[in-house]
Design a protein around this ligand. Structure first.
Ligand code: 5AD
Ligand code: SF4
Length: 486
């Protein structure tokens, strides 16, 4: 008998990438093989994002593409899982009536069972969590299960890097955002479980973990006996795990950027010197309507504190342009903030109204699409100039790089030396020449050139930079790894 096959498409954030890994891990245990060809699959899953309308439309297009396969093979199971499933529930079947299974973010553990149920009954199966107002806090929390079962190394972007969820949900309720309802109440995972998962990942060959939470720096676990574990404590506890080389964490909430965390980032050598701290806007009135709970002045103060406490730290941000009532003057304040902040990068989004959010209820989506587009481009131009400045400031430095893969844009595809790519300790992407065998290693690279998005460098051997459990300091002169030297 040939193995049953599962196909999965994932859109959205790193949390979704992790969820897809876990779902595939669970289905493999049921005897499924992963296929990257939809037409070969018995089960087709779409792990979805609701943050912007565009992401939802992408999923509906993808669903449309599987209609012929489903028509010829009515026995296949088509599942919509994740944020859209939680948000739209039965309404998904209005646009895609051939969908067999709708499973929200808090119910993913049930997928293997629900697939069998669809096959047995040939009726659509729904598994969603409670809405935020559908019960008491504990009841709603319990309906969003933290889903972190067996890990599946083959699903990771690389075998030596993995995401680890430390927190689920969000309690910030920014007025534009669906996440507090699609991912439920904020809950911090138990430190012991996280530390055990990190040890397991390292045993599987993982060198870098990225700790995930919607507001990861709000992480706090109350042990019930008066003890509390904060993100800084958690990272200190995992720091000595033998074989673990790097610890990253995303995404931060500006107001929760405490000094103990910044001290930990500075003091713990394995913690990447990189902070993603979305500002969203540079105008106080807009921040107030967004209900971000901070002012531009306090964001600036926080940014200065990050840079003072963690010398050389690189900071990135998110911005929404064209939010309800954003005047030209408000937008210019955002331009000012981006201009002066010199972020390594900013992710810029056009406001997309989401039903069910406070902003959709309270404020009209009154900025023209053309204006949103223009503001997006203007802000991007300012950011790109700063990204280039940030990247150029790296030229001449030698930094440790985790080598991830052959560069997708690499010119050299054959022969022993390829263009490789990886990330520095300040999360810059760097491209350099080197042999395949460096993939998965942490190596010193001297930065020679920069574009707004990429650094270019040269691998040095004979010296050790940063922390690597493998690397041993050597005194030899640095030499270039090239065709003739390796
Ligand atoms: N429209 C546009 N962008 C949004 N984001 C969240 N909700 C919306 C929305 N309704 C952006 C924010 C957030 C990032 C993940 O997505 O900038 O930080
Ligand atoms: Fe959404 Fe705000 Fe929570 Fe981030 S902090 S997930 S933007 S509600």
């Amino acid at each position: 008998m040939t193995a049953k096959k599962v196909y999965i498409e994932t859109v959205g954030c790193q949390m979704n990438v992790l969820d897809s890994e876990l779902v595939i891990g669970a289905l493999r245990k049921q005897g499924y093989d992963l296929t990257d060809t939809a037409a070969d699959a018995d089960v087709l899953l779409f792990n979805t994002c609701s943050v912007r309308e565009h992401a939802e439309e992408k999923t509906y297009s993808a669903l449309g593409r599987v209609v012929p396969h489903k028509k010829h093979n009515p026995g296949v199971v088509v599942g919509v899982i994740g944020c859209m499933a939680q948000k739209d529930q039965h309404a998904i079947l209005d646009r895609a009536p051939y969908v067999d299974m709708v499973v929200g973010t808090g119910q993913l553990a049930r997928i293997p069972e629900l697939v069998e149920e669809v096959k047995r009954t040939r009726t659509p199966q729904f598994a969603v969590s409670l809405g935020r107002a559908d019960g008491g806090r504990h009841e709603v929390e319990a309906s969003f299960e933290s889903y972190d079962p067996t890990r599946d190394p083959s699903m990771r972007p690389t075998p030596f890097q993995a995401f680890v969820r430390i927190q689920i949900g969000c309690d910030k309720f920014c007025t534009y955002c669906v996440v507090p309802s699609t991912r439920g109440p904020e809950q911090s995972r138990q430190p012991d479980h996280i530390l055990a998962e990190v040890r397991q990942l390292v045993e599987q060959g993982c060198k870098e973990v990225t700790l995930l939470g919607q507001t990861v720096n709000s992480y706090v676990y109350e042990h019930g006996d008066g003890r509390r574990t904060r993100l800084s404590d958690l990272m200190a506890a995992m720091h000595d795990t033998p074989g673990l080389d790097r610890i990253k964490f995303v995404t931060n909430y500006p107001k929760d950027m405490t000094d103990d965390l910044l001290d930990a980032v500075r003091e713990l050598p394995k913690v990447v010197k990189y902070l993603h701290v979305p500002a969203q806007s540079g105008c106080d009135e807009v921040l107030k309507r967004m209900k971000r709970n901070y002012t531009v002045a306090s964001y600036r103060e926080m940014l200065a504190r990050c840079r003072e406490k963690v010398p050389g730290v690189s900071v990135t941000s998110d911005f929404i342009v064209g939010f309800c009532g954003e005047t030209e003057e408000s937008f210019q304040k955002t331009m000012d903030l981006v201009r002066e902040s010199v972020f390594k990068n900013s992710y810029i989004f056009k406001y997309s109204e989401r039903t069910g959010t406070k902003a959709a209820d309270r404020y009209p989506d009154d900025i023209d699409e053309e204006v949103k587009k223009r503001r997006n481009q203007d802000l991007l131009a300012v950011q790109n100039a700063n990204s280039l400045a940030d990247h150029q400031a790296q030229i001449g430095k030698t930094t440790s790089v985790i080598v991830e893969r052959a560069s997708r844009h690499g010119k050299r595809e054959t022969g022993p030396v390829k263009q490789l790519t990886g990330h520095t300790m300040a999360d810059h992407i760097v491209v350099f020449d080197g042999p395949d065998r460096l993939i998965g290693e942490i190596v010193p690279v001297r930065i020679d050139d920069a574009s707004p998005f990429t650094l270019y460098g040269e691998v040095l051997t004979g010296e050790t930079v940063g922390v690597s459990s493998e690397a041993k300091p050597r005194a030899a002169r640095p030499r270039r790894i090239g065709l003739n030297t390796v």
